[in-house]
Design a protein around this ligand. Structure first.
Ligand SMILES: NC(=O)C1=CN([C@@H]2O[C@H](COP(=O)(O)OP(=O)(O)OC[C@H]3O[C@@H](n4cnc5c(N)ncnc54)[C@H](OP(=O)(O)O)[C@@H]3O)[C@@H](O)[C@H]2O)C=CC1
Ligand SMILES: C[C@H]1O[C@H](OP(=O)(O)OP(=O)(O)OC[C@H]2O[C@@H](n3cnc4c(=O)[nH]c(N)nc43)[C@H](O)[C@@H]2O)[C@@H](O)[C@@H](O)C1=O
Length: 326
């Protein structure tokens, strides 16, 4: 059951992290639907780790809705090698935003976490109920603990004050504005860049083996960020009855299959090597997204179509993709 909110296209919506992959997709989706009062600030303009600055900003702007797409984000290696910022900065960013929004009587707060909040060996597919039933994957426990705290803070506000603070947990995302920096990126953009650069090397008569991480056996579920943006819009436009919703496609692939799919799309012809000194992480984390689907949201991209879209974006943004994030 959903209860429609009397939302207006003139609602003032603050998208924290509006230049990131998720924030920019949410901005595009809302703007495309006709929302006219969107606001955003870069991290240079407003450092969300600064509590006073965040409080002043929220009190001055008085948004109706806050979407938290700002976070310290990265792939398996970045998570493993930077435990402190992944835990502390994420706690600071979300605490500052949630507390200031609560105190300023923001009507609706949408918090974004990730499927890594669930236990490493939880039954598959992952249901929202499995939260906090067992221990976490060690490589991303720091980030996961921050995200679990965010889910629980929003749940506490919802429970104690009856406010519309809700958490969406997307599976692994990809799409335009992804991070293609090979040290800090997630697997899908890393593969696009690696296969693309190896293909260029072959064209120049050079060696073109692509080295990927781990064993290739872990399974991952991939959602195009524009599909997530539709889920966020769904949460903007409805009062969701529960505090936590998974957002995924319902289908996963092995990392090896993902590699072969991207290799074909990019047109690379050489070998693939697997670097077993790099971690595999969680063996599988397929989400059960039936709760949100039963309310009316559904994804539209299939994986091949989404990879082609992202590869086209990558080709059109050759100058941006070498930005080093860490
Ligand atoms: N990428 C993925 O696969 C997944 C992402 N998510 C979640 O989605 C959300 C967004 O992720 P994604 O878009 O991929 O990440 P990005 O790295 O693309 O974007 C994150 C944004 O956060 C902003 N930000 C970071 N630190 C600060 C700060 N101290 N002050 C102000 N702004 C800050 C950045 O702003 P600026 O550009 O101005 O510096 C950036 O635009 C996160 O909550 C993440 O957990 C969930 C599941 C999977
Ligand atoms: C969204 C999610 O993202 C992270 O979890 P992850 O899913 O394990 O992340 P990943 O995309 O980096 O890797 C997925 C799999 O792919 C393998 N892999 C192969 N070759 C490359 C490669 O070249 N780069 C990367 N990054 N991975 C590679 C890699 O070894 C692993 O087995 C968490 O930070 C977590 O916090 C989180 O929320």
């Amino acid at each position: 059951m959903t209860v429609s909110l009397s939302h207006h296209l003139t609602d003032k919506i603050y998208i924290a992290g509006h230049r990131g992959m998720v924030g920019s997709a949410v901005w595009r989706a809302l703007e495309g639907k006709g929302y006219t009062n969107l606001i955003g600030r870069t991290s240079k303009e407003l450092d969300l780790r600064n509590q006073q600055a965040v409080t002043d900003f929220i009190n001055t702007e008085k948004p109706d809705i806050v979407i938290d797409a700002a976070a310290r984000v990265g792939g398996i290696l970045a998570n493993n090698e930077h435990p402190y910022p992944f835990l502390m900065e994420n706690l600071q960013i979300q605490n500052n935003l949630i507390d200031a929004s609560h105190k300023a009587e923001v009507q609706k707060f949408i918090f974004l976490g990730s499927s890594c909040i669930y236990p490493k060996f939880a039954p598959q597919p992952l249901k929202e109920d499995y939260l906090l039933t067992d221990s976490l994957e060690p490589t991303n426990q720091w980030y996961a603990i921050a995200k679990i705290a965010g889910v629980k803070v929003c749940e506490a506000i919802r429970k104690q004050y009856g406010k519309d603070f809700v958490s969406l947990m997307p599976t692994n995302l990809y799409g335009p504005n992804d991070n293609f920096d090979l040290k800090s990126s997630h697997v899908l953009p890393a593969m696009i860049r690696k296969f693309h650069e190896a293909k260029l090397a072959t064209d120049n008569g050079q060696q073109s083996t692509v080295t990927l991480w781990g064993s290739g056996t872990p399974m991952r579920e991939f959602l195009h960020v524009d599909d997530l943006a539709q889920a966020v819009m769904f949460a903007v436009e409805h009062v969701l009855p529960e505090y936590l919703y998974n957002v995924g496609t319902g289908t996963d692939v092995t990392i090896k299959t993902l590699a072969e799919t991207i290799q074909n799309i990019v047109g690379h012809k050489g070998a693939i090597a697997w670097d077993s000194s790099k971690p595999d992480g969680t063996p599988r984390k397929l989400m059960d997204s039936s709760k949100l689907r039963s309310l009316g949201w559904e994804p539209n991209f299939d994986l091949e179509m989404g990879i082609k879209d992202t590869y086209n974006w990558f080709l059109a943004h050759q100058d941006d993709y070498k930005t080093v994030k860490f």
